[in-house]
Write a protein that binds this ligand. Structure first.
Ligand code: HEM
Ligand code: HEM
Length: 335
């Protein structure tokens, strides 16, 4: 057994490293709403393009595998289809050729297909064992790998130039990859949720906000007029800058002691923040001077500037303060 087998192992290992890099940097970009998200996405896109560069080699391996007709090969094909769907949706989004596909966004397809591919990827790697030889990890192999990644980075840079020169919609993306939607016009602000939250019907006359010291009525909270202009940047792929008004959290949590606050929605959805950040958080009753509508969090929602949209808890029902550190939570909500 000589060169072709060894090359197959290197290709498969390369694919594994690139898939892992793309997956991790995708989530890293979702975790931040600040400029470093861009660097994560540069690595992300480069990994994606490098995956495509390896496809000619992988197709030789796959053809050989298919000839062997091993059990489970259809699962490998399904895995391949999901990776292709994820890649295609990523490019549709980034170029702006199609930001939404039917009722879903290109980002929904992109991330959804990638998540669905994870169990198949684990199975594929476990069921199709790669035998690693010293030659696979040699200096020459590393140089080749480096050349593939450098080529992919150059191809990605070129694609960004083409998007701008061709004036494709993708040229207007923010550093998170999101597109502007309805800024300063609340009627055009899209309605979106992290995963499964359905819009609840809340009766403002009986609704109360619970804080450690007391409860608040909707009218009491509406009488505050703290304002902030902040950008909601949704992981679904859009951003929108609006003027939000309501009450700064430090005003209603005056004497609270503890390590963190837990902002809980009527739906059970929650996010934790460091107690020291409450003067930068707003509990909004209005957007653009008008009461929120149910889709945007009526009666009150959190406005968390410089945090991705999934931190902006809607339909807030309670704010708790306790000794749990703010980082002691799943980095992404599970509901
Ligand atoms: C199989 C795994 C994945 C692959 C191969 C992949 C690959 C890609 C590619 C090729 C692009 C287009 C890049 C461009 O031309 O600008 C892209 C965009 C993007 N991906 Fe992924 N991706 C994967 C998973 C994920 C995951 C799990 C997330 C988030 C949790 C994610 C978030 C993003 C974002 C936010 C963009 C938009 C970047 C922009 O427009 O600048 N990706 N991805
Ligand atoms: C983009 C990611 C990948 C796709 C789309 C993919 C797809 C496929 C397909 C369709 C086959 C042929 C059917 C089969 O034998 O089940 C195959 C075979 C195989 N794959 Fe992958 N694969 C990917 C990544 C990997 C990775 C990361 C590894 C290991 C680290 C790997 C190892 C193998 C091996 C060893 C075979 C069998 C080759 C043979 O029997 O001669 N693949 N792959």
């Amino acid at each position: 057994m000589t060169a072709p087998v060894a090359r197959g192992a290197r290709t498969n290992l390369g694919l594994l490293a690139l898939l892992a890099a793309a997956f991790l940097t995708g989530w890293l970009a979702f975790a931040f709403a600040a400029a470093p998200a861009r660097w994560s996405l540069v690595v992300h896109a480069t990994s994606g393009v490098a995956l495509i560069a390896l496809l000619p080699w992988k197709s030789m391996i796959a053809r050989r595998g298919m000839r062997r007709a091993q059990p489970g090969r259809w699962a490998s094909i399904l895995f391949g289809v999901l990776v292709v769907v994820s890649l295609a949706a990523g490019f549709l989004h980034s170029t702006g050729i199609a930001i939404s596909i039917g009722p879903l966004s290109a980002m929904d397809f992109h991330v959804g297909a990638a998540i669905a591919a994870v169990p198949l990827a684990i199975w594929h790697v476990a069921a199709r064992r790669v035998r690693i030889r010293p030659a696979d990890l040699s200096r020459r192999a590393a140089l080749r790998g480096g050349a593939v990644v450098a080529g992919a980075a150059a191809a990605y840079a070129l694609s960004e130039v083409v998007v701008r020169a061709g004036n494709l919609p993708g040229a207007s993306r923010r550093f998170t990859g999101s597109y502007e939607a309805g800024s300063n016009d609340p009627d055009l602000l899209p309605v979106s949720s992290w995963m499964f939250d359905a819009i609840p019907e809340v009766d403002a006359t009986t609704w109360r906000l619970r804080t450690p010291a007391r409860t608040w009525t909707y009218d009491e909270l509406s009488s505050f007029d703290d304002r902030v202009t902040a950008t909601l940047d949704c992981t679904g792929g859009f951003y929108s800058t609006q003027e939000w008004s309501g009450v700064r959290l430090d005003r209603i949590l005056k004497d609270a002691h503890g390590a963190s606050i837990r902002v809980v929605s009527h739906t059970g959805y929650d996010r934790r923040f460091d107690l020291s950040s409450v003067n930068r958080l707003l509990l909004a009753t209005r957007v653009g001077g008008r009461p929120l509508d149910p889709g945007h969090g009526f009666p009150v929602r959190l406005v968390a500037p410089d945090h991705r949209g999934f931190w902006w808890v809607k339909w807030v029902a309670a704010i708790e303060v306790d000794e749990v550190p703010h980082w002691f939570q799943s980095p992404f909500p599970l509901q």
